[in-house]
Design a protein around this ligand. Sequence first.
Ligand code: PLP
Length: 426
Amino acid sequence: MTTNQALFERACQSIPGGVNSPVRAFRSVGGTPRFIAKAKDAYLWDEEGKQYIDYLGSWGPAIVGHAHPEVVEAVQKAAENGLSYGAPTKAEIELAECLIARIPSLEEVRLTSSGTEATMSAIRLARGFTGRNKIIKFEGCYHGHSDGLLVKAGSGLLTFGNPTSAGVPAEFAQHTLVLSYNQIDDVKAAFAKYGSEIACVIVEPIAGNMNLVKPIPGFLETLKEQCQAHGALLIFDEVMTGFRAGPQGVQGLTGITPDLSTFAKVIGGGMPVGAFGGRRDIMQYVAPVGPVYQAGTLSGNPVAVAAGLKTLEIIARPGFYEQLSRTAEMLTQGLTQLAKEAGIAFSADYVGGMFGIYFRETPPTTLEEAGDVNADQFKQFFHLMLDAGVHLAPSSYEAGFVSAAHHDNIINQTLEIAKVAFSQLT
Ligand SMILES: Cc1ncc(COP(=O)(O)O)c(C=O)c1O
């Protein structure tokens, strides 16, 4: 038995499924998760000392590369002054001001400790502000694991949802209308039927949780239009895309301004930080000024905020996003070319420092298309790459991430390994 196998067996005795977040368990690709002992720059090392080129990037946060010396120094300095106070700090203001300065739609923000808390709180706020209960989400978009968001579409078009998790009361799911991503007509039909009851629409403005799926022209515009016309709030969940798709998130790329936005991942630089924010008149509904309760013992934690602030400083340096996009482009174009040479049906896409690889001819635009891939070839490819020292996301429904530390030689090395892997697919 290998060390990773022994650790996995041991983990399964004390932790459900051996992991603290389900996708880490490799259920959709099979095999044994690698237990990570160390990460630096673009690399991971497992407990067996094996090195991997990392395309997980901690699922998004590791945008400047792992253990960036400036981030580590900022964390160490903050830690020396105490780990948590339960009282306000100057650094929290700096982080709030930094987010507001960079993200077009933000006038005020509240910090949380995770993306789940940020989206859950933004939805509560939208309900409190509008005095309405119903929300719209899109199948295949993930917004964290709060009850009302673990919902799939109901049995008929425009019927309210059903829970996707045991333990979520059907009554909670019944406030959530689940529509198909990129289906503009469904959005219009939903508003035509329920317009006056809808508190908000929450969307990943570029989806990263059904692999990378971009919005078709007109989709986000329709959400904005319909929300405005019916007095509902538009929430962009930029937990993944914020500071990852571009320096101002998807709202900066598209010019579409949501009423509320949520962030996490990059803004904590690898530490637990989330945020929700938006229009001041809406944010003024949050306690203690307003009636919508929201709180957190570790919200705005000084060590986590220090990591986030330093990360935001590094990514604002000239040329950062140009280099990041060029890296993602080099990787995705290289993989596409190699797959073509090997005669494999394959496509890839990217935005900023996130990318998708698809074992199908064209990038998907819907959840259905995202599932319509050669899953068997993905699994083989994943394991061939892993064995050869490249750690991709262990599911064909997940996006991948590059960092500023993924230099050209690392991408070239990845492509050499991929060339061999493509040639071995059956
Ligand atoms: C778009 C999006 N929203 C929300 C979340 C939940 O964030 P967290 O895992 O920090 O709770 C995620 C996590 O992957 C996400 O990708």
